[in-house]
Design a protein around this ligand. Structure first.
Ligand SMILES: CC(=O)N[C@H]1[C@@H](OP(=O)(O)OP(=O)(O)OC[C@H]2O[C@@H](n3ccc(=O)[nH]c3=O)[C@H](O)[C@@H]2O)O[C@H](CO)[C@@H](O)[C@@H]1O
Ligand SMILES: C=C(OP(=O)(O)O)C(=O)O
Length: 415
């Protein structure tokens, strides 16, 4: 199993290009299966999650071909109704197969999905949506089965603006009979990207990016070409890496409007940054002011950047408070950061951080963003850091060690 070895202290300088967004690419790959023809997807990151989803599609008879960062998906041979259970358990996005196959064939089965262990992660809202649309739902021994003789649009209120439930219901609703209205829908940019792709395929969707999405079902969808939006979480991770290490970095391929909550906080922290049409310039100036953070659904501060910003806050000039409201177990990086000397106290959903001198240590990535936080910590710490279980990080960051090394970061992977 691979490890990252990092020696901290080198300022990061130069330019780095952000890849396509994992959390947009995965539902868009699934959506391509709704068409009657092939689709060509551009800027698909080369990630473990993408490989696993493609494997599931191939096992169901679909054809997937990768050419650099392009993915050709031909759904014409798709004859399976069941996602490979073993692989489906390795990623969250495998459950999008449910919405797609329900719309296509009225029947689907998969094991409960995987993804980061950051909380309970129920799928009740997905199932509530499928049921409202006329499906029978069975959940037995970790296997979910959804079945319908006729998928019909309905009004569905989400008790929480769940990203996954909004996506799964949208996927199913595109080919349901009549209109589906999702109330209290999630507004994340990845959902807008998915809706843009579905719309060029022929779907009728209104209100995306607001909390009420209306979808009028259509009989068929056609294949299309689509470029995935830049990954705002990868972008945010690099922006913070630059701010931490007195860097002078241009993070290219960032849509600044997608990272507004982070930009606002970096401004508050006194980090110098400038937005550009194609990215963001960051210049660390050796001083970071303490700030408070509360994670919220979009457009609030993203939970997927919470672990990373904590590292920045260990270097601030005072005490900061971080409140995690989305996931109940997303402070697992804290024990690892403490091994590196971080002064952090957890009380329920809150973490209190005091200025700390970080030193290199042997640490373990417990989930994807926790792993990213450990990389940031390793880059700023004195001495050597070894990060284990980096497969978590590789689920969501494309060649992160190569990209950071290109900026002068002293990081390498060993197998
Ligand atoms: C693959 C993907 O896109 N993952 C992202 C997605 O995860 P994911 O789509 O799983 O996150 P959700 O928005 O669904 O979950 C948010 C909250 O809703 C709760 N919930 C969710 C579904 C449900 O049926 N019932 C329920 O109670 C969850 O327990 C959690 O507390 O959005 C999260 C929130 O921005 C991000 O952290 C993940 O990186
Ligand atoms: C939690 C994440 O991903 P997933 O939902 O795929 O586990 C993430 O991307 O930070």
């Amino acid at each position: 199993m691979g490890k990252f070895l990092i020696t901290g202290g080198t300022p990061l300088k130069g330019e780095i290009k952000v890849s396509g967004a994992k959390n947009a690419a995965l539902p868009i790959i699934a959506a391509a299966l709704l068409a009657d023809e092939p689709s060509r997807l551009l800027d698909i990151p080369d990630l473990l999650d993408v490989k696993n989803l493609c494997y599931i599609i191939k096992k169901m008879g679909g054809h997937v071909e990768r050419n650099g960062n392009e993915l050709l998906i031909d759904p014409r041979g798709l004859n399976g109704l069941e996602a490979d259970h073993e692989i489906a358990r390795k990623l969250r996005a495998s459950y999008y197969i449910l919405g797609v196959l329900l719309a296509k064939n009225g029947w689907a089965r998969t094991s409960l999905p995987g993804g980061c262990s950051i909380g309970n992660r129920p799928i009740d809202l997905h199932l509530k949506g499928f049921k409202a649309m006329g499906s029978e739902v069975k959940l037995d021994h970790g296997i979910v089965e959804v079945k319908t003789s006729k998928l019909t649009g309905d009004r569905i209120y989400l008790d929480y603006p769940s990203v996954g439930a909004t996506i799964n219901i949208m996927l199913a609703a595109c080919k349901a009979e009549g209109q589906t209205i999702i109330e209290n829908a999630a507004r994340e940019p990845e959902i807008v990207d998915l809706a843009n792709f579905l719309t060029v395929m022929g779907a009728k969707i209104k209100g995306v990016g607001t909390d009420i999405i209306k979808i009028e079902g259509v009989k068929s969808l056609h294949g299309e070409e689509h470029r995935i939006i830049p990954d705002r979480i990868e972008a945010g991770t690099f922006m913070m890496a630059a701010a931490l290490n007195n860097g002078d970095v241009f993070v290219r391929n960032v849509l600044a409007e997608h990272v507004k909550p982070l930009i606002a906080k970096l401004h508050e922290m006194g980090v110098e940054l400038k937005e550009d049409i194609s990215g963001v310039y960051i210049k660390g100036n050796g001083r970071i002011k303490a700030v408070d953070i509360k994670t919220l659904p979009y457009p609030g501060f993203p939970t997927d950047l919470q672990s990373q910003i904590m590292v920045l806050l260990t270097q601030a000039d005072g005490t900061s408070l971080v409140i995690e409201t989305v996931w109940e177990n997303r402070f697992m990086h804290v024990d690892e950061l403490k091994r590196m000397g971080a002064d952090i106290k957890i009380d329920g959903h809150s973490a209190l951080l005091k200025p700390s001198n970080l030193t290199g240590a042997e640490v373990t990535a417990t989930d994807l963003r926790a792993g990213a936080a450990l990389i940031l910590a390793g880059l700023v710490a004195q001495g050597d850091t070894e990060i284990r279980d980096i497969y978590h990080i590789e689920r969501g960051y494309e060649n992160i060690e190569k990209k950071l090394a290109q900026l002068g970061g002293n990081i390498r992977k060993i197998n």
